[in-house]
Design a protein around this ligand. Structure first.
Ligand code: HEC
Length: 243
């Protein structure tokens, strides 16, 4: 192999990947325009505004700093590329009490307010795109605690949950501090074991990470033009045979 072949082979193998992973997405997404609802397809007019509440930015930093993205994705893949929409409650709730089926694919607006779109590196654990929704509608209710308490307990030690005795999600105990009770004991301490006369309290990092996790509700209604997921076909009722 000549040096020339080697150099061009090297350029092609790294250059192509760079173009596909960095350059093409950059030009596709650098000037994302607001998307309007269509009166016929969506039944309403106006511009789509991504809905996200909570301390998104601070919590996203804690999420990144602790490497959650190494095991958790935040990307509901398009239906042609996977079956994410079919996985229980990943893409939204299949049967939301108020809104019915809210499942949809991810879009660029879903990462609004975050410096980086933390789509993730691996999927060792469940996708977290709609974790806030799941915690509020399912996990916290099952455990009879508040969604915040459920998440804080999970962060401290996922295996404290009787339903997850062998969870592979790591403990993040360094996000908590043990504090001696001075005076009146807190009325609503975290359900985390602590030595006698003490309670476990969450650090500000843990609190903002939980704010961020609770904000993960990426199932608001988007314009039909942005959501190519197949809508369940409702076949028109066949007319009863006459005579
Ligand atoms: C080593 C890989 C790994 C890392 C790193 C990791 N997790 Fe997990 N996580 C998992 C696995 C595996 C599960 C599934 C087991 C379970 O339900 O506990 C999980 C489950 C979860 C769940 C429950 C999700 C659900 O719907 O059942 C939450 C919430 C969670 N992780 C949050 C986090 C956060 C926040 C971080 C970063 C601070 C993090 N994880 C880091 C592997 C990981």
């Amino acid at each position: 192999m000549t040096f020339r072949q080697f150099a061009s082979g090297l350029t092609a193998s790294f250059g192509l990947a760079w173009v596909a992973v960095v350059i093409v997405p950059f030009f596709q997404m650098r000037s994302v325009q607001p998307v309007a609802f269509d009166e016929i397809a969506d039944g309403k007019e106006g511009i789509y505004h991504p809905k996200r509440t909570g301390r998104v930015a601070n919590g996203a930093q804690v999420y990144a700093a602790n490497g959650c993205y190494l095991c958790h994705s935040q990307l509901i893949r398009p239906t042609y590329a996977g079956n994410d929409l079919g996985r229980a409650d990943w893409a939204g709730l299949k049967a939301d009490e108020a809104r019915g089926d809210t499942r949809r694919e991810s879009n660029v607006f879903d990462y609004h307010g975050e410096k980086f779109a933390q789509i993730g590196v691996n999927r060792l654990g469940p996708d977290l795109s709609n974790l806030g929704r799941r915690v509020e509608a399912i996990y916290a209710k099952e455990a009879a605690v508040s969604p915040r308490t459920w998440l804080l307990t999970h962060l401290y030690d996922p295996r404290l949950d009787p339903k997850r005795p062998t969870s592979k999600c790591p403990s993040h105990r360094f996000l908590f501090k043990e504090r001696a009770i001075l005076g009146q004991a807190p009325s609503d301490p975290l359900p985390i074991p602590a030595s006698a006369g003490s309670v476990m309290v969450a650090t500000p990092e843990a609190e903002s990470l939980v704010d961020y996790l609770l904000s993960l509700k990426r199932d608001d209604t988007v314009p039909a033009s942005m959501n190519p997921a197949p809508v369940k076909a409702t076949a028109p009722k066949a007319a009863a045979p006459q005579g």
